[in-house]
Design a protein. Structure first.
Length: 173
């Protein structure tokens, strides 16, 4: 007999993993964060009030987990920068983007979208991933991001406009 947790994991694991991966762009980090997300789900499921769908609730937990990860990364970065350079002249050297073998499995169109998403703001990126890659409704996207539906619509409009400009520029270049 399947538990509720098994059902949630089996049903949404792939979608939540994909959402997290699009945000962090690293399979290992995405694996760690999906595991952390489902641990939080396991601990918090009894508190689920049913005010939204389980999928929306799960994506909200995943989003918070990713944001916590980004905050932790920023604190670590600031700590190390402080040790190396008090004048803020230190520039971070980091590996940007996915590993080469990760890109091989994407189609050319997916690769273009994948790289272009990095040029959007984090808010715009979240909306595009949730609305168009995960096929979430405006209502569910607003609940996950803890925004108004109006803010989702405005951010979506600006993101699509920016993506269109960026992709048009790439085609010409």
């Amino acid at each position: 007999m399947k538990t509720t947790f098994d059902y949630l994991y089996d049903t949404y694991h792939t979608d939540v993993y994909q959402y997290i991966f699009y945000l962090v762009k690293n399979h290992q980090v995405a694996e760690d964060l999906i595991q952390e997300t489902f641990i939080k789900v396991l601990k918090a499921h009894k508190q689920f009030r049913g005010e939204s769908s389980e999928k929306t609730w799960l994506f909200s937990i995943a989003r918070h987990t990713v944001m916590d990860h980004f905050r932790k990364q920023q604190r670590e970065k600031n700590k190390w920068f402080g040790l190396f350079n008090k004048n803020d002249e230190w520039q971070q050297l980091e590996a940007k983007g996915p590993l080469p073998e990760e890109l091989l499995i994407l189609t050319e169109e997916q690769q273009i979208l994948y790289h272009t998403l990095d040029l959007l703001t984090l808010d715009q990126k979240n909306v595009i991933i949730l609305r168009f890659i995960q096929s979430m409704s405006i209502h569910d996207t607003a609940r996950i991001l803890e925004w108004t539906e109006s803010k989702v619509k405005t951010t979506q409009h600006r993101a699509i406009k920016k993506l269109h400009q960026l992709l048009t520029t790439k085609e010409k270049g």
